[in-house]
Design a protein. Structure first.
Length: 404
């Protein structure tokens, strides 16, 4: 049993990456004696992309939320159900809501938690794509605004939080729990000379919902199939639907050197990545897993919240430009680059994040840190307000001046 630390935690999750990353965290917390209630928020509507992973990773939800199909109605119902679930858990003695990542589950449950005066811990905190058009970026920032505890995966993520004004005492660097799962599978780095071919994944709405961009993806797959076979392309259900809708499915099926398949299970996907020369993807989690396996990545985006790989030269941002992406693959597939990237340490953690999260939540000091109390500033201005006033005075300005 815990002594002085937290006793009861609510953990919501809605998508495949959340299931993967939270499975070891929930297991670690329960092994320490904490009561952990889990709720599936229904964001991953396809059974093959949800139930398979619940079973494979041993994270079967205690409760499930059913959502309607229409996007606006889904978000509204998710907020309604989250408020109800959190309120019930608060009455049952929950002391914390632990959210992960950047899906709608994060801001919705974070807001519901604060409504019920429960503190929020944000796991995978501090990731920033710096892309104002990204809903994931908005979700991350709302999560940060609501969180009392920021569980950052890397020192870079922690540094970005500090620059945003988050107090250092509320930031803990724990690594990314996706690497806990990867380490547990036993899949390891392969010698560069034993690797061949390319693994491609694509599912982001910005890439597959636009006919022209999806046609660029097909063109890229065709080029890769000619130059670097075999090209394995496990097709996400969303992508498969769009390929059919835009009349591109038959063209892709005839592409030389391209092997199409249903989405792979987690272990099978890791094994496929470990055996390839380059991963081409628009996924965030796959960037981390590829780094763990020492495999370079071409990111089919123009920005990423995982800057560590870019800084190391193990990941290259190409957007969905077939020529630019192909050129990046050609360079990363050279023997010199294969050897260099294979020798880099993984910048996203060491596969022991779950235990660190458990350590933080069991620390009596964390419970004190999470206390939500109304402040009392009757006897003096808050330090941050005084600092801002000093800055105004130093500029010789009055308290209010119009700015053009």
């Amino acid at each position: 049993m815990t002594v002085g630390g937290l006793q009861r935690v609510l953990v919501p999750f809605g998508t495949r990456p959340e299931v993967i990353k939270l499975a070891p965290v929930v297991a670690a917390l329960r092994s320490r004696g904490l009561t952990v209630r889990t709720v599936a928020t229904g964001q991953q509507a396809t059974a093959t992309m949800a139930d398979r992973f619940y079973e494979e990773l041993g994270l079967v939800p205690d409760q499930r939320i059913e959502l309607p199909e229409e996007p606006a109605a889904r978000l509204g119902e998710l907020l309604h159900q989250a408020a109800r679930v959190v309120e019930d858990e608060a009455r049952g003695g929950a002391e914390l809501v632990l959210v992960l990542g950047d899906t709608f589950t994060v801001p919705v449950f974070a807001l519901a938690a604060r409504r019920s005066r429960l503190p929020v811990a944000h796991l995978e905190a501090g990731l920033r794509s710096l892309n104002p058009t990204s809903m994931e970026e908005v979700n991350r920032r709302v999560g940060a605004a609501c969180a009392s505890l920021h569980l950052a995966p890397t020192e870079l993520a922690a540094g970005l939080l500090l620059l945003e004004g988050v107090p250092a005492a509320r930031i803990k660097v724990v690594g990314n729990p996706v690497l806990d799962v990867a380490r547990a599978t036993g899949v390891t780095r392969q010698p560069p000379e034993a690797r061949q071919g390319i693994v491609v994944t694509a599912h982001r709405a910005t890439n597959v919902d636009d006919p022209a961009r999806l046609a660029n993806l097909v063109a890229l797959l065709e080029a890769l199939g000619r130059r670097h076979p075999p090209v394995r392309f496990p097709v996400h259900p969303r992508t498969a639907d769009r390929l059919r809708a835009f009349g591109l499915a038959d063209r892709l099926a005839q592409a030389q050197g391209v092997v199409l398949s249903e989405p792979l299970g987690y272990q099978a996907m890791l094994e496929a990545m470990a055996a390839c020369q380059v991963v081409v993807t628009d996924s965030g989690g796959i960037q981390e897993e590829a780094a763990y396996l020492g495999v370079p990545v071409v990111v089919l985006r123009r920005s990423t919240p995982r800057w560590e790989g870019v800084a190391l030269g193990a990941a290259v941002l190409s957007g969905l430009d077939p020529e630019e992406a192909l050129a990046a693959v050609e360079r990363l597939a050279t023997p010199a680059e294969q050897a260099r990237v294979a020798g880099l340490p993984c910048p996203y953690g060491d596969g022991r994040a779950a235990e660190r999260v458990a350590d933080v939540l069991q620390d009596p000091a964390t419970k004190d840190l999470l206390a939500l109390e109304e402040p009392d500033f009757r006897r003096g201005l808050p330090e941050v307000v005084q600092a801002a006033l000093d800055q105004v005075a130093a500029q010789g300005a009055s308290l209010w001046v119009p700015r053009g």
